[in-house]
Design a protein around this ligand. Sequence first.
Ligand SMILES: NC(=O)c1ccc[n+]([C@@H]2O[C@H](COP(=O)([O-])OP(=O)(O)OC[C@H]3O[C@@H](n4cnc5c(N)ncnc54)[C@H](O)[C@@H]3O)[C@@H](O)[C@H]2O)c1
Length: 463
Amino acid sequence: MKNLNRRRFLQRSGLATTAAFFSGFTNPKKTLAANPKQYLGGFSVAPIPNIRMAFIGVGYRGHGHAEQWAQIAGTEVVAICDLYDDLVNKTKTVCQKHGKGNRHKNIKTYSGNETAWKKMLTEVQADAVVISTNWKNHAPMAIGTMEAGAHAFVEVPLALTIEEMWDLVRTAESTQKHCMMLENVNYGREELLFLNLCRQQKLGELLHGEAAYIHELRWQMEEVERGTGSWRTDHYAARNGNLYPTHGLGPIAQYMNIGRTDDLFHRIVSFSSPAKGRRLHAQKNYPEEHRWNQLEFKGGDLNSSLIKTKLGRTILVQWDETSPRPYTRHNLIQGSLGTLAGFPTRLAFEGGMSGLSDSHHQWIQGDALEKVYEQYEHPLYKRLGALAEKMGGHGGMDFMMRYRVVECLQKGEPLDQNIYEGCFWSAVAPLSEQSVAQDGQVQSFPDFTRGQWKNTAPLAIVS
Ligand SMILES: NC(=O)c1ccc[n+]([C@@H]2O[C@H](COP(=O)([O-])OP(=O)(O)OC[C@H]3O[C@@H](n4cnc5c(N)ncnc54)[C@H](O)[C@@H]3O)[C@@H](O)[C@H]2O)c1
């Protein structure tokens, strides 16, 4: 199967220009007929004991991915690609440092131009390709990866447009490959605790969630030539909406079983505040003729979007990487019997919780949380938490995610996030932009599962 896919990819890339190669995937109508046999809701593949991993994009995020994945038993780093030679070599060196015997000893490197990744995919037979580039490359690279016979693991957001998301779904289904968006926040200790409490029905019926990515990141504008700020700033200038929704939304969606038996995103409305902070920052910190002072910053500093689900639940999703205020992802989930909230962690239950709070008018928080964790800590965190904290990466959530990917591939089990979840969560960006552009007009979510969500099991409490 793998060889066939690879041959098809080689033939196509040899015969066609890049544009023509990808144009076959751009018509969303072609994806609308669901084929239950190809559906990937609870998808798993045959166990892969030794996972041959390749990395495209080894800047800030991709380097960290490669360095840590190289340390997890059962992986072998086989190729690294980036535009820049120095980044590729730095990542290769760090991976090889973690290799014993022949492990990570034969890493092929690719760099120097925008399409070197295609050469890599034709020359190296990887099992898994991790894509951590600028956003516009996510979808084409993931499609190329799957067509080349490998599973795609893609940084957030999964893709930029709804059309690209349909392209990914169609390619993943036709090639029968994983295409997982790497939403690390779903592996946070607090998020796992909340998931466990929701699954144990401690909140009763879930009614409402609040998600956010509020993180003051104006400093990224220091990166002008290359690095995150060099491309992200252009998005923030040109686009107006919620451009980075998945960190806050992914956990809320899994508490609510969105796309998994219970519920689905239905509609969204979105408004943005005035765009002030980036322009002020540019004027204050850069000369008049600087690139940042030539941009017109159209994206409002704070975006607020409201999702209504099929069941009539609501989810507030906010985004602000500009304003001077402390970090939060909100992480609030409210049900008929209680509310859990993050930043800082607070819990309230109908009638209180024995020994910890007298009533739901009082938060359980601070030192009292230890008792809650003792009783309701997610089993996965119990098993891996100490190691994850030692290994690090956003407090250990990165390690947990990477470890789970390896574990699932090695055991031949479904991944914790399927491709449709990556699409639903990422779709907030383009749909919010459309709503903002239409002065808050309601937008409808596509059903990327084409009705199959009803047959997709909720994410289990993995132990
Ligand atoms: N999950 C998280 O916590 C988290 C944190 C940071 C970034 N991210 C995501 O990771 C991704 C990368 O962000 P970053 O901060 O590392 O950005 P970055 O600019 O530091 O790294 C991106 C890298 O991709 C490379 N690249 C671009 N085009 C390429 C091409 N055609 N071929 C090969 N390489 C190419 C660039 O040279 C660069 O080194 C983004 O999608 C971002 O949203 C996620």
